[in-house]
Design a protein around this ligand. Structure first.
Ligand code: MG
Length: 198
């Protein structure tokens, strides 16, 4: 019996999926518009941090002003990671999918339109910073996410998380954290979790 096999999960599981830097390349989109706002010319490699605005020397308030101005363009112009759209389609055909993003409510419309534009189907969508609370309340079996703090919270509650590999989350290690470098690896983890016991 696999360490992370889900109880009774012989078929559908409930999968929560983050968007930014999990389904799509948020870093590149942010850097494009943050460069425009700042006059700097950082590359995505320069700014590969969970909190990109720190690389621009901005306070949280300065960042919020830039995000309010360019957020719509940032989210609309974000490019999905290779095979992510196809993999999401395959997952949606078999499992329950909840998109859970910490983007603010003001970007709900552009987010929903972007998902529609890329033909991504899902059962639920939530705009919330406390992902753990929502996942527990809605009985999520596994979260796919890049944020190191979410991985740590989930691991503490012994809930499995597939951590989409990013330079800023490599310090996170736990038996409940399954690392995925790309969407093929995400799919392999999901198959293992949903596998019929015995
Ligand atoms: Mg993210």
């Amino acid at each position: 019996m696999g360490k992370h096999r889900l109880e009774g999960a012989d078929d559908a599981v409930h999968i929560a999926i983050d968007l930014d830097n999990t389904v799509l390349d948020a870093t590149s989109a942010h850097v494009t518009y943050y460069n425009l706002a700042s006059g700097l010319s950082l590359t995505p490699d320069d700014a590969n941090e969970f909190y990109i605005y720190l690389k621009y020397g901005w306070s949280r308030e300065e960042r919020d002003a830039v995000y309010a101005k360019y957020g719509h363009e940032i989210h609309w112009n974000s490019v999905p990671y290779p095979t992510a759209v196809n993999c999401l389609r395959q997952l949606a055909a078999r499992h329950e999918i909840s998109i859970i993003t910490a983007r603010p409510e003001m970007f709900r419309d552009v987010t929903v339109e972007w998902l529609k534009h890329h033909s991504i189907t899902y059962n639920n969508i939530a705009f919330v910073e406390n992902k753990l609370e929502v996942c527990v309340a809605s009985k999520v079996d596994v979260l796919i996410e890049d944020g190191p703090h979410y991985a740590e919270q989930f691991a503490q509650l012994r809930k499995p998380i597939i951590l989409f590999d990013q330079p800023y989350n490599r310090m996170v290690t736990s038996e409940y954290v399954m690392r995925a470098a790309n969407w093929s690896e995400v799919m392999a983890h999901i198959d293992r979790l949903a596998e019929k016991p015995g």
